[in-house]
Design a protein around this ligand. Sequence first.
Ligand code: SF4
Ligand code: SF4
Length: 68
Amino acid sequence: MGEAAKKQWRIEIDARRCKGCNICASFCPTDTLELKGITMDVKDIDSCIGCQLCDIRCPDFAIQVFPL
Ligand code: SF4
Ligand code: SF4
């Protein structure tokens, strides 16, 4: 049996809402997110496990996680 296909996720960050507070990245258990200047960015989408902690914790509704 081959390895089961890893579930893929898409992360959308609304740069107009994001204030770069870093809360999402600090809750992310897999180090997927990283500040780029004053806006949050996705550092490594392949490491995302879809837990949605970033989405839940963002106080500005600036980050959303979707299954692909
Ligand atoms: S928690 Fe929200 S506002 Fe703060 S850096 Fe992350 S996406 Fe931006
Ligand atoms: S869904 Fe979870 S693993 Fe993916 S970026 Fe958000 S906090 Fe990190």
